[in-house]
Design a protein around this ligand. Structure first.
Ligand code: NDP
Length: 481
């Protein structure tokens, strides 16, 4: 065969990725899809791509130059397993199978372990940026072996998005499931970012009475500063959109129930398993769930709210407070997300360079934002940084934002406007910086009902109070509970 790379699965993502690959100098792209209609449509609509098209696995594998490299872009789950097993039957040691679908990283770890004994490389690769990204330049998060990246890296670098400084948005994230893990956290941060923007919009709309089109101008203005990002940019465009049928702002005719495809929930599940406090992302996931609880919302709709009217005296000052609250909360969301990456890397044995992750998210992907440069710099300055929020740049940012942040959260609570992500982010910030937490009381309670023991601040050792006896303290060995 003559194709240096192949794509299996030609729905929107696979087709666009194949076209992106074909548009780069030196690539000949083999394409295959289970149902041949998709393959025929793609090749007839894009003769310029010069695809090597196949209608069966034998033909597809034969069309690939050795060592073979094939990217799978099919429905994650059973579809991916089905395609892998067909390729594994026909591939040889040294060949590379890339799964570019939205796989759960646990599946990727399992698949890599199953395939490794055959000598075939299996690479789980996170792909972000949707259809447009796949076609014009996605952010790519490949895992798998270091050897596979020697072949794959140069190809991926040509199709990835390009950051403002000219660097391609791809790096070898780590071995086995590391790429899909980082893609998962990317999506979790995306949930938080979106929820924070939605809370900011809701506060400005209710507090100032501005129309969606006027709020679009606010977001467009924010997009010229430190909040500059794809999500802020598209929010302005969405808020400006008028519904052709009713003449109303589109946002006012869309049902207020947010959907989800599960990667946000995975991010939070994993944070729970790793013991990472990821409250911002969790609240964002829960906010979508709550929005979809129609029956409960209807039943609760007449529960009382605050008795006093909410008035904002100085709309400009209020909007600036909201901007600061959004920025501070966003810093917390990223800090929590990177915390999960650090813990995941420890748990699963990945050597993940946090600064490189921030860099490959600067273009192509949904959370692309100016401030990712700051994250990359923070980790470059201090690779062992324990939390993003304490890095000098972010410390300064929350220092100047925190009074605004507090006013916004307090005002929202008094006005009865739900701000789960703003509020939880502030609570996280205050808990993190607290000199002393009421966790001491919780430890005492645990010792009371379960003899779980505690440590003291003034001397080493493990202690237990004889709560049901004379309440004297004894020194003990650590409890196994
Ligand atoms: P879909 O997720 O809609 O999957 C459809 C494709 O999967 C079709 O090509 C279909 O083949 C193939 N397929 C399903 N089951 C099998 C099977 N058992 N054997 C062979 N092929 C099978 O396509 P998308 O293009 O939307 O997404 C592809 C992947 O990319 C998914 O994993 C998705 O999660 C991920 N992704 C999607 C993004 C997006 O914005 N849409 C962004 C980033 C990643 P057939 O035509 O024969 O039915």
């Amino acid at each position: 065969g003559s194709a240096n790379i192949g794509v299996v699965g030609l729905a929107v993502m696979g087709s666009n990725l194949a076209r992106n690959l074909a548009s780069r100098e030196g690539n000949t792209v083999a394409v295959f899809n289970r149902s041949p209609e998709r393959t025929r449509t793609l090749t007839s609509e894009h003769p310029e791509a010069g695809f090597a098209a196949s209608e069966g696995y034998d033909e597809f594998v034969a069309s690939l130059a050795t060592p073979r490299t094939a990217v799978i872009m099919v429905q994650a789950g059973a579809g991916t397993d089905a395609v892998i097993s067909e390729l594994v039957k026909r591939f040889e040691p040294g060949d590379i199978i890339v799964d570019g679908g939205n796989a759960n990283f646990h599946d990727t770890i399992r698949r890599e372990a199953e395939i490794a004994p055959t000598g075939i490389h299996f690479v789980g690769m996170g792909v972000s940026g949707g259809e447009e990204g796949a076609l014009h330049g996605p952010s790519l998060m490949p895992g798998g072996t270091v050897q596979s990246y020697e072949t794959l890296g140069p190809i991926l670098q040509t199709i990835a998005a390009v950051a403002p400084d000219g660097e391609p948005c791809v790096t070898h994230v780590g071995t086995d499931g590391a790429g899909h893990f980082v893609k998962m956290v990317h999506n979790g941060i995306e949930y938080a970012d979106m929820q924070l923007i939605a809370e900011a919009y809701d506060l400005i709309r209710t507090g100032t009475g501005k129309t969606p089109a006027e709020i679009a101008d606010v977001f467009a203005e924010w997009n010229t500063g430190e909040l500059e990002s794809y999500l802020i940019e598209i929010t302005a465009e969405v808020l400006r959109q008028v519904d052709a049928e009713t003449g109303k702002p589109l946002v006012d005719v869309i049902l207020d129930s947010a959907g989800a495809k599960g990667t946000g929930a995975w991010t939070v599940q994993n944070a729970l398993e790793l013991g990472v406090p990821e409250s911002g992302i969790a609240e964002a996931v829960f906010a979508r769930s709550l929005s979809s609880k129609r029956a409960q919302r209807d039943a609760a709709a007449d529960l009382p709210g605050p008795s006093t009217e909410w008035t904002v005296d100085d709309p400009e000052a209020f909007i600036e407070d909201v901007r600061q609250a959004l920025y501070a909360s966003k810093i917390i969301a990223y800090s929590q997300g990177f915390d999960e990456i650090v813990s995941g890397a420890e748990q699963f044995g990945w050597d993940i360079h946090k600064g490189d992750i921030a860099k490959i998210w600067r273009a192509g992907c949904i959370i692309r934002a100016r401030f990712l440069n700051r994250i990359a710099e923070a980790y470059a300055d201090d690779p062992s940084l324990v939390a993003l929020v304490v890095a000098p740049y972010f410390r300064d940012a929350v220092t100047s934002a925190q009074e605004s942040w507090r006013r916004v959260v307090a005002t929202a609570a008094q006005a009865g406007i739900p701000t789960p992500a703003f509020s939880s982010s502030l609570a996280y910030y205050d808990a993190l910086r607290a000199k002393r937490l009421p966790a001491a009381l919780i430890q005492a309670q645990r010792d009371f009902f379960g003899a779980h023991t505690y440590q003291r601040i003034d001397k080493p050792g493990v202690f237990h109070t004889l709560w049901s006896g004379d309440r004297s303290e004894i020194e003990t060995t650590p409890s196994s509970h």
